[in-house]
Design a protein around this ligand. Structure first.
Ligand SMILES: Nc1ncnc2c1ncn2[C@@H]1O[C@H](COP(=O)(O)OP(=O)(O)OP(=O)(O)O)[C@@H](O)[C@H]1O
Ligand SMILES: [Mg+2]
Length: 318
């Protein structure tokens, strides 16, 4: 039996009861995480929530005080070397050496991974091409823009061909176009090479766009976890809006639903709810049974910003 199979097939990262304190102050208060292979997991949280600390522990850089962590089938404490061989880490702060060119930075990583010289060169050239940096291979990294530096940083992380990649705020400070480029690169890694990505971000839109699952870290605990859609459904603000052609239809519909808010001028009715398919169907059935005709139905879901602000509000008040 392999070590991986004891985890259940396909688990790239698992943490149970992960605990860490600095100077007597609890940063991570027994968190549990599970990230299936080939998926993107986003850890969100306000400044100082412990995102970087979590990445550092999962990537063997810092020891936990308590808890069991396995990454790529290995224990991060007892088999740290094997974990390190399987992962790549792009830290919150760049690992790019300004005194070196883009190519030299990549070759340095190739050396660290003990790649033969020829293989290192081949890998560096391939990554420069993939990241659209070929024309800058011989340029000093000190001349790079923030976006180019971020790309080079990610390219350096990929030199060792990792199966699991940790990205700590990969797009902070990037303009919208550079951010999209990074997203495409990350998506490509997952879709084409099946790597697992664990990322932290301040950008809810980023988690929404990239992540299969999202966990919200606050006050040392995971306060919410799920797909973006699941998280959005958890908080108030979601509603169905029906629009009617005639005031009589609006009045008839208003009588059917508790808590519904009618707008007589716009001829609309807002029905608060979880926006699940079951709810939508129940609303349509109720209209149908009462022979009330609606012109249109739209589903309004709160965005992740609403989720973040609502679920971390307690932390902000402390
Ligand atoms: N090496 C350290 N020594 C002492 N305290 C630390 C250390 N590293 C982190 N901390 C503390 O742990 C807490 C969490 O820090 P961490 O960097 O993990 O937060 P974060 O969620 O990554 O924040 P940000 O969004 O600002 O990057 C903070 O209060 C920080 O001061
Ligand atoms: Mg951080």
């Amino acid at each position: 039996m392999t070590i991986t199979s004891t985890l259940g097939p396909g688990t790239a990262i698992s943490a149970v009861g992960l605990t860490k304190a600095y100077d007597g102050r609890t940063v991570l208060d027994g968190i549990d995480l599970r990230v299936p292979e080939g998926t993107v997991f986003a850890l969100l949280g306000p400044n100082g929530a412990g995102k970087t600390t979590a990445v550092e522990i999962l990537s063997t850089l810092v020891p936990a005080d308590a808890g069991a962590v396995r990454v790529a089938g290995h224990d991060v404490v007892r088999e740290a070397d094997r974990v390190r061989a399987a992962i790549g880490v792009t830290g919150q702060f760049s690992a790019v050496d300004d005194l070196l060119t883009a190519e030299e930075n990549l070759l340095l990583m190739a050396d660290l991974h003990h790649l033969a010289r020829r293989e290192g060169r081949r890998r560096a050239a391939e990554l420069l091409r993939r990241f659209d940096l070929t024309g800058f291979a011989a340029k000093s990294a000190s001349t790079f823009s923030g976006g180019m530096r971020r790309k080079l940083d990610l390219a350096m992380t990929l030199v060792g061909d990792p199966r699991v990649i940790f990205l700590d705020e990969p797009t902070t400070g990037l303009d919208p176009r550079s951010r999209r480029t990074m997203w495409e690169l990350i998506e490509g890694l997952v879709q084409e090479q099946g790597v697992t990505v664990f990322l932290t971000t301040q950008y809810l839109e980023e988690a929404d766009h990239l992540a299969d699952r999202i966990a919200l870290l606050d006050g040392g605990r995971i306060v919410a976890e799920g797909t973006a859609e699941e998280l959005k459904r958890r908080i108030p603000g979601g509603h169905l809006r029906l629009r009617f052609a005639r005031p009589a239809d609006l009045a008839a519909a208003t009588a059917l639903f508790d808590y519904a808010g009618a707008d007589a001028e716009a001829l609309t009715l807002s029905i608060p709810g979880d926006n699940s398919i079951v709810t939508v169907k129940a609303v349509l059935d109720a209209l149908d049974n009462a022979a009330v005709r609606a012109e249109s139905l739209t589903v309004h879901t709160p965005d992740l910003d609403d989720v973040f602000l609502t679920l971390t509000a307690e932390g902000a008040a402390r």
